[in-house]
Design a protein around this ligand. Structure first.
Ligand code: PMT
Length: 217
C-alpha cells in the first residue's frame, strides 16, 4: 500500500529589514520537529519545512530549511498537492518590512518608522487549494480566549482541526520543551491533550490524527 505523505511546518520565519536585522518571534521549531518525527514513526512519509532554528534535521524523510514566510509558502506550494496530511505548527511572522535593503544599514540611517506589510497566509492559501481527502491541521498560539480564537481559525481557514496552544503560562509554548494543547475539531467539540513534554504531545497528536481522520480516508 502507498505510504501517506505528511507535510509539517515548524519554527519561526525571519523577515529582514537589511542584511542583519529582522522581524521574528521566539519559536524554536521543537513542537513541529517532534511532530515530524512522530509522523514518520507512524509510517507516514514526512517532510519537515523548518524556519531558522538551531535544531538538527528531524528523523523524517526530508528536512527543508527556509528563512522567510515567502520561502515557506513556496516550499509548501511545491509539496501540497502530493500531501495527504498537513500539520502547520510554524509561527509564521504576520508582517514584514515593505522594503529590504541588501546591505547592513548604518545606524544613523535606520528608518525609525519602517513601512510594514502582511506576509502571505500560508495555511489559508493552501486550504483554498485543498482537494477531497486531504487533512489540514493548524495551530493557534494564544494568551487569552484560547479556544474561542482557535475555533475562529478553524472556520476562517477551513481546517479539520486546530491545535489550540495556551502560551500564557511561563515555561510553556514558545521555545520551551513543554506545551499545553487542546484540539478544536470541526463540529465535534474539543479534546484536551493536557500539559506535557512536546515529544509526548506530538505523539498524542499524531495518534489522534491517525485514529480520527486517517482511518476514514
Ligand atoms: O517552535 P516552538 O518553540 O516549539 O513553539 C511551538 C509554537 C508555540 C510556535 C507552536 O506550538 C504554535 O502554536 N504554532 C502556531 C503559532 C501561531 O501563533 O500561529 P498563528 O495563530 O499566528 O497562526 C495560525 C495558523 O496559521 C498556524 O497554523 C500558522 O502556522 C498559520 N499561519 C499563520 C500566519 C501566516 N502568515 N501563515 C500561516 O500559515
Amino acid at each position: 500500500m502507498k505510504k501517506l505523505r505528511c507535510l509539517v511546518t515548524a519554527g519561526p520565519t525571519r523577515e529582514y529589514f537589511d542584511s542583519v536585522r529582522f522581524i521574528s518571534n521566539p519559536s524554536s521549531g521543537k513542537m513541529g520537529w517532534h511532530i515530524a518525527n512522530a509522523a514518520e514513526r507512524a509510517g507516514w512519509e514526512t517532510t519537515l519545512v523548518l524556519g531558522p532554528s538551531g535544531l538538527p534535521d528531524a528523523s523524517c524523510s526530508r528536512t527543508v530549511r527556509v528563512v522567510s514566510a515567502q520561502d515557506m509558502l513556496e516550499e509548501c506550494l511545491g509539496l501540497f498537492c502530493d500531501t495527504d496530511i498537513l500539520i502547520m505548527s510554524a509561527a509564521v511572522s504576520d508582517v514584514r518590512p515593505k522594503v529590504r535593503v541588501g546591505q547592513k544599514v548604518k545606524k544613523a540611517d535606520i528608518d525609525l518608522n519602517p513601512q510594514l506589510e502582511r506576509t502571505p497566509d500560508i495555511l489559508a492559501t493552501l486550504s483554498q487549494m485543498r482537494r477531497a481527502g486531504q487533512i489540514l491541521v493548524g495551530f493557534a498560539a494564544e494568551t487569552h480566549n484560547v479556544l474561542e480564537y482557535a475555533a475562529g481559525k478553524l472556520e476562517q481557514k477551513n481546517l479539520d482541526c486546530v491545535v489550540a496552544n495556551d502560551v500564557s503560562a511561563a515555561g510553556l509554548g514558545f521555545a520551551s520543551d513543554y506545551n499545553r494543547v487542546c484540539l478544536v475539531l470541526r463540529g465535534a467539540g474539543t479534546v484536551d491533550l493536557g500539559n506535557g513534554p512536546k515529544e509526548i504531545l506530538a505523539e498524542k497528536l499524531v495518534g489522534f490524527i491517525a485514529e480520527r481522520f486517517v482511518k476514514n480516508l
